[in-house]
Design a protein around this ligand. Structure first.
Ligand code: SF4
Ligand code: SF4
Length: 372
């Protein structure tokens, strides 16, 4: 059956109106907490992710730190504790323990307990393979707020991307155990050309398992991801994801969070924002409110942007983030199409994609369907 342009256009308008009124009704929740200004993960005042080890039991095709074996120079327990204490000086920070596989680190519960004792909101980002009922209860008792479990497809496709058979079933066990233990659970989903058609099934599955949120990221060709750069999404495919979110979000209780700063520019361009909601989007948060620390203590701008700014073995984290380079991000001293774009303030382009494509974190985002 085919439809006239007029009928299609009316349907599209209806979908947009539904999203807009849904957003109006839910804006307090939608923009609450770690979503304010979100282009990626964001939390005020800071969102600090520490990759506690390079050790991993999987071989994910897109791993941004090419995890495998533990590095020889990883931070010791004492160095980790003192880093956490330093970060706590910043205020109510969101602190993410990630990896590699964070749960392979022997002192992980000691580190988590210390962070939660300092009133940080703690998330553990994991592939889920090591979480059973017992581990989920330990995470809950250690004060963890939420667990982010990687989920790139349903069944075999997830196993293929993650490089080990049986990974999907273990991730499902982890989700069920975490929900049972009273933890919030969200999916970290990375989309490439090979799983873009899975997105709808992933949302169905999240609904079934009562997952709270899905962070929908796109492949950035860093780490092992460089070897599969041919499956990175085009601008039009990114737009396809945004349209999917607009259509699907009003129908699901699972929060769909795009990890892409252009989402806000897209909502603005499509006239889907109220304009009076009082929230300021800042798009890409790298080096502004988001920081990523590698297992050896190197401080990067974000997990996908491997640009070392300092090392916490040499200088406290709270000193490193005062580095002048961050001013350029805060002031949006971006070049090319992003620099001339009317959405620069609310988007800013993905600095990681710019770095991967041009070797400069201040270059234009090479993947943008809005760029004229
Ligand atoms: S050109 Fe850059 S700032 Fe403008 S919408 Fe695209 S990615 Fe964002
Ligand atoms: S660099 Fe890209 S992946 Fe990192 S925070 Fe910015 S938009 Fe997100």
């Amino acid at each position: 059956m085919s439809y006239s342009k007029e009928v299609i256009s009316k349907q599209v308008d209806k979908i947009k109106e539904t999203f807009k009124s849904w957003l109006g009704e839910h804006k307090e929740d939608y923009f609450d907490n770690n979503a304010v200004g979100l282009g990626c993960f964001n939390y005020k005042p800071y969102d600090v992710a520490w990759a506690v080890t390079k050790q991993c039991n999987l071989k994910c095709a897109h791993c941004s730190i090419s995890a495998g074996s533990a590095g020889k120079d990883e931070l010791s327990t004492e160095e980790g504790l003192s880093f956490i204490e330093d970060v706590a000086n910043l205020g109510p920070v969101k602190f993410v323990f990630t990896g590699g596989e964070a749960l392979l680190r022997k002192d992980i519960f000691e580190l988590i307990e210390y962070a939660t004792s300092l009133n940080m909101q703690v998330e553990v980002a994991t592939n889920g393979t090591l979480i059973d009922d017992n581990v989920a209860k330990r995470l809950k008792n250690a004060g963890v707020y939420e667990v982010a479990i990687s989920m790139d497809g349903i069944g075999k496709i997830h196993d293929n991307i993650r490089g080990i058979k049986g990974t999907f079933d273990k991730a499902v066990r982890a989700i069920k155990a975490c929900k049972k233990a009273g933890l919030k659970v969200h999916f970290h989903t990375t989309i490439f050309k090979i799983n873009i058609s899975e997105l709808s099934r992933i949302v169905d599955f999240a609904e079934q398992l009562q997952v709270d949120r899905i962070y929908i990221g796109t492949l950035v060709p860093v780490g092992r991801g460089q070897k599969i750069s041919h499956v990175c999404l085009s601008g039009e495919e990114v737009k396809q994801i945004f349209n999917f979110i607009v259509e699907r979000q009003p129908k699901t209780r699972v929060w769909l969070r795009p990890v892409c700063p252009q989402f806000w520019a897209f909502l603005e361009a499509e006239n889907l924002l109220d304009g009076d909601n009082g929230h300021k989007f800042i798009g890409c948060t790298a080096g502004i409110t988001s920081f990523h620390i590698l297992p050896n203590g190197d401080v990067d701008l974000c997990a996908e942007l491997p640009l070392k700014v300092g090392n916490i073995k040499q200088q406290p984290f709270t000193t490193i983030i005062k580095n002048d380079i961050f001013k350029k991000f805060r002031n949006r001293e971006i070049k090319g199409t992003c620099g001339n774009c009317k959405y620069l303030d609310i988007c800013g382009g993905c600095r990681a994609r710019a770095f991967a494509a041009y070797g400069s974190p201040l270059a234009e985002d090479p993947v943008c369907f809005l760029a004229k």
